[in-house]
Design a protein. Structure first.
Length: 198
């Protein structure tokens, strides 16, 4: 349980039986994230298109125990994060050149050594700034054990959050074309001897 601003969060992997109830909030949280907004630039179709693009990968993440979510006191999802092992990737459908561009640009910069990849993290718009992101990071860092963690920060605000949790810049930024966001690779060396359990 994490508390901040009067909100209490329970952080845990989403269960496969919960997929239908967590899909909608996940899509809402991720749809206006910087990269998703660039992948689907039309605001009128963004939520539906984001669901279409990511439903398969989200289901795979839930089934694998890789979708770590923060739930409020009513057990409703308020934030979610995807933690993948090493070079592993979730299935992504064809049909979006910008999504393919993001995948190619980020895959080229992944570290070679074994690590946990925090591929994305987002909160519902009305729950941002209340500590859910920090709660997710604390959980993920604890459960990464002896493995370091890699991610790409998609905004300066996100980068500051990751810096506060022990991440460091890892090489030059990755600029996406067509006025897209500039992604900053970041790395957190392992600082724990606990066993990796994600």
């Amino acid at each position: 349980m994490r508390e901040r601003g009067g909100m209490t969060f329970t952080v845990r992997p989403a269960e496969p039986s919960e997929f239908d109830s967590v899909l909608g909030p996940c899509v809402t949280a991720f749809a206006d994230e910087a990269v998703s907004a660039w992948v689907v630039p039309d605001p009128s179709s963004r939520r539906a298109r984001t669901r279409e693009l990511f439903e398969t990968s989200l289901r795979a993440a839930v089934d694998a125990g890789q979708l770590i979510a923060a739930f409020d006191a009513d057990d409703s999802l308020v934030a979610a994060s995807l933690w993948l092992r090493g070079e592993g990737a979730l299935p992504v459908p064809d049909g979006n050149d910008r999504l393919a561009t993001v995948i190619a640009a980020t895959a080229a910069r992944h570290p070679r050594e074994p690590h946990v990849y925090l591929s994305s993290m987002a909160a519902l718009p009305e729950c941002r700034g209340l500590g859910a992101g920090s709660a997710l990071l604390r959980y993920g860092i604890q459960h990464a054990g002896e493995l370091p963690i890699y991610l790409e920060a998609s905004t300066p605000r996100n980068r500051k959050l990751y810096l506060r949790h022990g991440f460091e810049d890892h090489g030059p930024p990755i600029p996406l074309p067509d006025n897209g966001p500039v992604l900053q690779p970041m790395w957190r060396p392992h600082r724990s001897k606990s066993v990796f359990r994600l």
